[in-house]
Design a binder for this molecule. Structure first.
Ligand SMILES: [Zn+2]
Length: 287
């Protein structure tokens, strides 16, 4: 009897957790209030505390001793995984505050006008690459060793794609950043392995954002994340109270504004919506 009750309780908690997850996903995709004012307020607070904003290229200069690290520096990186309209709003905030960030664009989010505006302003744009994840999905990789025989063809894909990036951005990026896809987690391999020295020399790439040497000056790092946590491992406001010397902050447009049109129309939005409905149906049937 006791085992039965424990089993029933565990199942009940699981369904509650699933419903909570569904609620927050729907909230973030369709109901969330615009959080851009919070983005503006927290960056204004960092600036008021004396933080100087660095792009990833600036960080590379500091890490390689070509430039001096400011007493308080904040490296702001924006991975535009989706929603260029919100990325544009975040960039307008950066401009209004007089700060510079680095915006990384995937092939699916290349936006020539926004990328050129960011560069004209003096901030940085870069390529958010995901060729290993794309190959994993195409060829059905299951473990890290599956990538090795395909490395040279994956690098050829990277070469083709970064040329496509250049045709939109106007020039090759100085820095690139690996995108994190569920396929990378499934095969426990990031995309970074393809950016070897030969590729770097060929395209003038100074750094990949996860390079160990690049991150050597960083004393604290955090990232935005989905509702209801919003930040991981700690909120930016709390981090600023500790006055870290070199703070690295990663943000994503989708955590700051519910772009309903995009969430309905874009492929990722459609898949999320279908998943939402599926989860809701499963949850309701079991309740
Ligand atoms: Zn990404």
């Amino acid at each position: 009897m006791r085992v039965f009750i424990r089993h029933a309780l565990r199942g009940f908690r699981g369904r509650i957790a699933m419903l909570q997850k569904l609620y927050w996903r729907l909230h973030q995709n369709f109901l969330m209030q615009d959080r851009i004012p919070q983005y503006r307020a927290i960056l204004a607070e960092a600036k008021a505390r004396g933080y100087q904003f660095l792009t990833i290229s600036d960080l590379a200069d500091c890490a390689s001793k070509r430039a001096r690290l400011p007493p308080l520096s904040l490296v702001l990186r924006n991975d535009v995984d989706s929603d260029c309209a919100t990325a544009r709003k975040m960039f307008e905030v950066d401009k209004a505050l007089g700060i510079r960030a680095t915006y990384y664009f995937r092939l699916s989010t290349l936006d020539g006008l926004l990328m050129r505006d960011i560069q004209v302003y003096g901030a940085e744009v870069g390529y958010h690459f995901e060729e290993v994840a794309a190959a994993a999905k195409r060829y059905g990789f299951r473990e890290p060793a599956d990538v090795i025989p395909y490395l040279s063809s994956i690098r050829e894909s990277f070469r083709r794609n970064i040329k496509r990036y250049r045709s939109v951005a106007g020039k090759f990026p100085k820095t690139v950043a690996s995108h994190g896809d569920f396929a990378n987690r499934a095969i426990r391999t990031s995309n970074c392995c393809i950016v070897d020295q030969e590729i770097r020399d060929e395209f003038g790439i100074v750094a990949e954002s996860y390079d160990e040497w690049l991150n050597s000056p960083v004393t604290m790092r955090l990232a935005d994340c989905a509702a209801p946590r919003w930040w991981s491992p700690t909120p930016l406001a709390a981090a600023l109270m500790q006055n870290p010397k070199c703070l690295y902050v990663l943000v994503h447009p989708r955590q700051w504004r519910a772009n309903i049109r995009e969430n309905i129309a874009m492929p990722t939005g459609v898949s999320l919506s279908v998943l939402d409905i599926f989860l809701a149906a499963v949850a309701c049937r079991r309740c």
